[in-house]
Design a protein around this ligand. Structure first.
Ligand code: IMP
Ligand code: MG
Length: 178
């Protein structure tokens, strides 16, 4: 697995520190509230596991699935949202948790889906932001790191369902996916 990596972009230590800071910030921004945290599967699972443990609030944690990539490294633009709707969004303070904001297509679709259900507030938290690749205008309220325009894996992010278990975020060697 490690032989497929070109370069580590964000180390385990850096991620641990930054995720803690995000948790502290969310705890203070939502003081006295019970936010509804919605993780976007599958990429968010490592980030959310760590982030949630840094948020010192009573909160509800739910998941949705959203996919547009299939096995490719470019978005197809057609986002499929999957959700098990046994929970209410109306009137809730929703925080959407994503692994990476790339073209913005996935989060735009999800934001519209959630907004229609009338939350009190809706904010977006992403571990990584790749602003260079944006196709639609969208920015996150909480960003872990700005990411260079490279295909990255690890800490939940995959290529063809692999590399999610790497403890850091790394750029993959181009020959692995071309
Ligand atoms: P967007 O719709 O283009 O913003 O893409 C968002 C989704 O694409 C993320 O939730 C990731 O699952 C996936 N994605 C985008 N860039 C990368 C990357 O560099 N590595 C792994 N997955 C990525
Ligand atoms: Mg993905």
């Amino acid at each position: 697995m490690r032989e497929d990596i070109k370069e580590i972009l964000f180390s385990e230590d850096e991620i641990r520190r930054r995720v803690k800071e995000l948790g502290v910030q969310i705890t203070s921004d939502y003081f006295g509230k019970n936010p509804l945290i919605i993780g976007v599967l599958k990429g968010c699972y490592v980030f959310l596991a760590d982030l949630a443990r840094s948020i010192e609030l009573g909160c509800e944690i739910r998941f949705v699935t959203a996919s547009s990539y299939g096995m490719a490294t470019m978005t197809s633009g057609d986002v499929k949202i999957g959700v098990d709707f046994d929970f209410d969004i109306a009137g809730r303070d929703v925080i959407l948790i994503e692994d990476i904001l790339d073209s913005g297509v996935t989060l735009t679709a999800l934001r519209a889906f959630i907004s229609e259900r009338k939350p009190a507030t809706l904010k977006i938290c992403t571990l990584l932001d790749k602003p260079a690749r944006r196709k639609v205008q969208l920015s996150a309220d909480y960003v872990g790191f700005e990411c260079p325009d490279a295909f990255v894996v690890g800490y939940g992010l995959d290529y063809a369902e692999r590399y999610r278990n790497l403890p850091f975020v790394a750029e993959l060697k181009q020959e692995v996916y071309s």
